[in-house]
Every structure is written in C-alpha cells, then in structure tokens.
Design a protein around this ligand. Structure first.
Ligand code: SF4
Length: 377
C-alpha cells in the first residue's frame, strides 16, 4: 500500500519500492526512467528535497512537490556521546517522537533504528515502555532514519567508508509492525539505492511467536535476536509481560523452528539484559543453560549489562557478576558474549530511548536537560 502522509494525499516517496515509484510517475504522465532517477536520488545520493534533484526538469519537480514529499521526519535534536555514539530525536509529520542511534565502530558503523513511536509492550527494564504505543512507523519513516543518520555522519550522499550494519533495536517491537519493517528492509537492500542487504540487518523481538514462525519461512530476511531477560516463566512474566501471552515453552519452540531454518552465514542470538540482584544469580545462569540445552538451541547468548535510567528501579549487574554468569553458561556448553554498552551518557543505550511525556510535547528535551549531554545541534 502506498504511503499517504496527510489528509492532502501527500505521498512519502522514501517508502516506495521501485515498482511503486514507476506506478506513481506514470500517474503523472512520466516515463519509467524518471522513477529510477528519483529512487537513485533519494536512496543512493540521499537527497532529501525535490529542489536538489537537479537532473529532473524543473516543472516535473514542481509537480512532484504538489503530490509527494521525500522527507517527513523533523529533526528535533542530536546528541553526541563521549564514545562517539550519536542519538537523534525526530518528530513525525503528526508530531510523534522517533529516536535513532548511530554507533561508530572500528570495522563497520551501526545504526539502531526504531520501528514504532513508543512501544505497547511493558518490559519493566525499558524506558520506552513508559510511553505506551504512540503509533507504528511507516516503511518510509524507517528508511528515512537511516538516510538522515548516514548524511549526518558522512555528509549528504558521501560514501560510507566502513559500510553500515542496521539493528532494529530502537523504540518499539519490530514484529508488531512486521509488514512495514519488511518493506523497509526490501527498499534498503536495492543495489540502486542504499544497498544495505538483509545480511547486514539484525532485528530484535521480545518474543512475538507468530512472526518468528513467519520469519522462518522468508528467504530474504534479516538476522534474528530474541530478548530473553529471564530463564523461567515466573520471572519473565514480571520483567516482560509479553511472556504471559507467549510463554517460554512456545517461544523456544518457535526459536527451535527458526534455528532449523538457518542457512550458512545467518545469525541467530539471544539477548539477556543483566539486572543486578534480579536475574543474574548463579541459579539463573544454570536455569538459562538448562532451558536452552533442553530445547537443543545452539544460538549464542549476548549478556547486556542493564543501562540505568530514572525512574527505572534497576541497576546493572557488576562486571564480575556478568563474567561469572558467562562462565556458568560456557561450562554448560552455551556460547556467551558480553556486549559493551554504548552511548549511556546520552541515553542512547539499549532500553534508554524514551521521549518523556505525551506525543505533543518535546519531552525528550526535558529529559535530556537533566543530564550532562553534549547537544550538537
Ligand atoms: S524492550 Fe523493546 S519490546 Fe520491551 S518495551 Fe522496550 S522497546 Fe518495547
């Protein structure tokens, strides 16, 4: 379905597949090569206004501006962490907050994008949960986050020197916005555009079982990460209430099905946020190893020390505890990594993304002002 962004039937062209662009330009009486020109301009040259697509005739640009737009996200603020991580707060055309994080890395930079404004799930260790669901993002809004972050990091249209990895681990539960997510991934993989192939994309879910099963049947798919956070139903019900709908037995059986569908080069991981004194005991580690072994799951586990953010009641597990937890998992044959948090000082780390307040105020600025951040725009 084409993306109409307002009552005036304005189309968001960043959210159109090449074939949809062809249909659109034909309604304006233009040949199909115009669609290729527009697609390349938006996604490969990362031009965000019709005015700057100067290889299109002026009259055609004027016509385009009447019917469509390239950019819909309004940049509210950007922050840069002491570790180089950048956090962006955007507002959608209808004033909902969207957050994106750019993480520079030695080998390949990573962009963490949001799939929803807010999130309907109520994970108790996540600040985004406090917003509730504001709305699903469109495919165009997902793609646009990547374009803006790349332009900011490298300059408009400049090559990305180290390539780009994408992670769908920002605000929202991506599998509750599955169609738009998968469409955005299809748009971004186009060789004539951003050319970020699904093999460079990882999507994390809190455990939407039907979509995990669906992803197992899709050929051209991103890597999958499952956020576990607890090794038993009792604790997981408390930390991730989605577990009441799809308990561990159902989740891990869907995971086993997915693991069976893996092809060479595909990655499948579990994420385990480490909350001091809550889910990080030796007994929890043994339960987790037994759970994965019982389901014959070979996937690796990433341990993520929690990122504290007021008013969440949790603290990160001390590093020694994280290491001891890893040793127990490893001793039971579970491959385990410790993930280093990035961008904590600007509230850009996992679970810290949240525009405080309702969608109509600039809540994040209020939130940001409470912390020693370096605002760069
Ligand atoms: S951890 Fe993810 S799924 Fe859970 S509330 Fe936060 S954004 Fe939503």
């Amino acid at each position: 379905m084409l993306e109409l962004i307002s009552q005036m039937d304005t189309l968001h062209l960043a959210g159109l597949l090449p074939v949809e662009l062809v249909d659109f330009v034909s309604t304006l009486g233009q040949p199909r090569y115009r669609a290729s020109q527009i697609f390349r301009s938006i996604h490969a040259r990362r031009i965000m206004s019709f005015e700057d697509i100067t290889d299109l005739p002026k009259e055609f640009r004027a016509k385009l501006s009447e019917r469509a737009t390239v950019a819909t996200l309004r940049s509210e603020s950007r922050y840069r962490s002491s570790d180089g991580t950048r956090r962006y707060l955007f507002k959608t055309h209808d004033n909902f907050p969207v957050e994106t994080v750019f993480i520079p890395e030695e080998r390949r930079d990573t962009i963490c994008f949001s799939s929803q404004s807010g999130c309907p799930l109520q994970c108790t260790f996540c600040l985004t949960a406090q917003l509730g669901l504001l709305r699903n993002l469109t495919a165009g809004e997902i793609v646009e986050q990547i374009i803006v972050a790349l332009n900011d990091a490298y300059g408009v249209g400049n090559e990305t020197p180290r390539g780009t990895n994408l992670v769908g681990m920002g605000a929202g539960e991506p599998f509750l916005n599955f169609d738009n997510l998968m469409k955005a991934i299809r748009i971004m993989k186009e060789p004539a555009g951003l050319h970020i192939v699904p093999n460079r994309v990882t999507v994390s879910t809190a455990g939407v079982v039907p979509r995990i099963r669906e992803l197992a049947t899709i050929a051209d798919r991103p890597h999958l990460a499952i956020s576990l956070a607890a090794p038993n139903d009792e604790l997981r019900n408390e930390l991730m209430p989605i577990n009441k709908k799809w308990p561990l037995k159902d989740l891990l059986s869907a995971c086993k099905g997915f693991e069976k569908s893996l092809r060479a080069g595909e990655r499948f991981t579990f994420e385990y946020v480490m909350l001091d004194g809550v889910n990080d005991s030796d007994e929890h580690a043994r339960q987790l190893a037994n759970l994965l072994n019982r389901h014959e799951l070979r996937a690796k586990v990433n341990l993520i020390p929690h990122n504290s953010a007021e008013p969440l009641p949790y603290q990160p597990s001390p590093m020694q505890r994280v290491k001891d937890f890893r040793s127990i998992l490893e001793s039971k044959g579970v491959h385990t990594f410790i993930r280093q948090p990035r961008g904590r000082d600007i509230l850009a780390a996992c679970g810290q993304l949240a525009a405080r307040g309702d969608a109509s105020n600039a809540g994040l600025l209020e939130l940001s002002n409470r912390r020693p951040e370096r605002r760069i725009a």
